[in-house]
Design a protein around this ligand. Structure first.
Ligand code: DX5
Ligand code: ZN
Length: 222
């Protein structure tokens, strides 16, 4: 993926929660494309984070796309609240959605973009029969639950298979990666065909201004 085709979605999980609005605005001013909001329920993953009220608060301060990654069991029970709160992209885990076709249809019918996330062990083929309903395919490059984890080294090969599947179906879906994405790993996933890079610690804990770090992740020197 060429730098101008690559989107960067900072994960607010690594932001300073006491200054969430300011930090969200700062990464957007520095060129971020989406705000990635990690909703965790303490059941699908061991951690507990944001709910829909945080999405609503962000929606009130920005028009930027709110990219909501639901790491929750039974995501159908949660869709309404995230959609009402102003989520622009709602991504559910294939492992958690019993009726993926129905779930994706509901998200689209509400006017949002529908995403499917795959845990590292989940083959890309699980989306084959719903690919027409998918606006974003998220290949997890760590086991979901926490920021700051090490990138799983076999991930670029999986991203390549995901890109191939989307291309085979003439899908215009975005191909997102999430977990351990930083200056060292981003070239590998971009080369494999990812076009949306989620990055938490590599943005908020970088020790480099956002204005330099975000273009660097895209593959451009600031
Ligand atoms: C992990 C979350 C990620 C996380 C990424 O379960 O889905 O979005 O915040 O953090 P880094 O980029 O630090 O791995
Ligand atoms: Zn995420």
């Amino acid at each position: 993926m060429a730098p101008d085709q690559v989107k960067v979605a900072p994960s607010l999980l690594s932001a300073d929660f006491a200054r969430l609005g300011d930090q969200a605005q700062a990464v957007l001013d520095a060129g971020a494309d989406y705000l990635h909001v990690d909703a965790m329920d303490g059941r699908f993953v061991p951690n507990l984070t944001f709910g829909a009220p945080v999405v609503e608060a962000l929606d009130a301060i920005t028009d930027a796309p709110l990219d909501c990654h639901l790491m929750v069991r039974e995501p159908d029970d949660r869709l309404e609240e995230f959609l009402d709160a102003g989520a622009d992209i709602v991504t559910v885990h294939a492992e958690a959605a019993t009726h993926l076709n129905r779930t994706l249809t509901r998200i689209r019918d509400a006017g949002a973009k529908a995403g499917v996330a795959l845990n590292p062990h989940t083959p890309v083929g699980v989306v084959r029969n719903v690919v027409d309903l998918v606006d974003l395919l998220l290949v997890m490059t760590v086991n979901p639950g926490f920021s700051g984890q090490d990138f799983i080294e076999t991930s670029p090969e999986k991203v390549r298979r995901a890109r191939q599947l989307l291309d085979e179906h003439d899908s215009g879906a975005e191909l997102q990666v999430d977990g351990g994405i930083g200056p060292d790993t981003s070239p590998r996933v971009r080369k494999a065909g990812a076009n949306v890079l989620v990055a938490g610690s590599a943005v908020f804990g970088a020790g480099e201004p956002f204005e330099q770090r975000i273009p660097r992740l895209r593959g451009r020197q600031a």
